[in-house]
Design a protein around this ligand. Sequence first.
Ligand SMILES: N[C@@H](CCC(=O)N[C@@H](CS)C(=O)NCC(=O)O)C(=O)O
Length: 240
Amino acid sequence: MAARRPVTIYADLVSQPSRALVVFCRAAGIPHEVKITRIARGEHRTPEFRKLNPLAQLPVAQLWDGEEQWALAESHAILKQLCLHPEVPEHWYPESPRVRGAVDAALDVHHTRIRRGCAVWAFAKVMGPLGKLPVPPKEVVDWHGGMARRAFKDMELMLEAAGEGRFVAGTAEPTIADLSIACELQQLEAVPGADDEMRPTPRVLQWMSDVKGGLQPHWDEVGSVLTKVRAAAEAQGLRA
Ligand SMILES: N[C@@H](CCC(=O)N[C@@H](CS)C(=O)NCC(=O)O)C(=O)O
């Protein structure tokens, strides 16, 4: 049988959804190659990249349909495609309609609530100033900070509603929703002082540690870029 062709992931590891894909491919043993595409250098705005994603955003995956390669943007859509690979353990995107519904709902909460706060806030506090990129005005940044704080409350409520299971869709093993949300909250690790500002509860901290724990060493290796970003932010006196 012909060897499976590797999935190509265009990613900047400073980007939360990019990390989610790279960690997932590594943890699930999906053959893949990563093409690092740096947002700060505008590498996602080239005509070549826009052929892959006209919206000029990362991540993008190039997948295979038989002999034909095709490009897909949007990390949740990509994660669901990757879950079709036979080697991926079922717990990541369970087939039971009820559980799958809960995973899809948590993914929607990620995009409509959790990401709205964390992504812009972390960018405005640290990544934007470090990359000398324009950031929104203070009142807009503060609004996103409020949304980021609410993200932790959302997680507390969702985990409470999930009942016995340790993970957000009520499962005993992590799903792609846990991975996506955890990568989003991880982004705040790049912001000095974010913990004091966001005050995650013990339950949310335990969930985060459970998600990370099952993904080592990939979680730490892929996320190590955030330690460097944080050190650079500290050196420049950037804070929450
Ligand atoms: N909903 C998208 C979000 C994509 C996104 O916001 N990507 C950011 C990086 S995290 C990006 O490419 N930003 C560069 C830009 O918009 O110029 C997903 O889940 O993949």
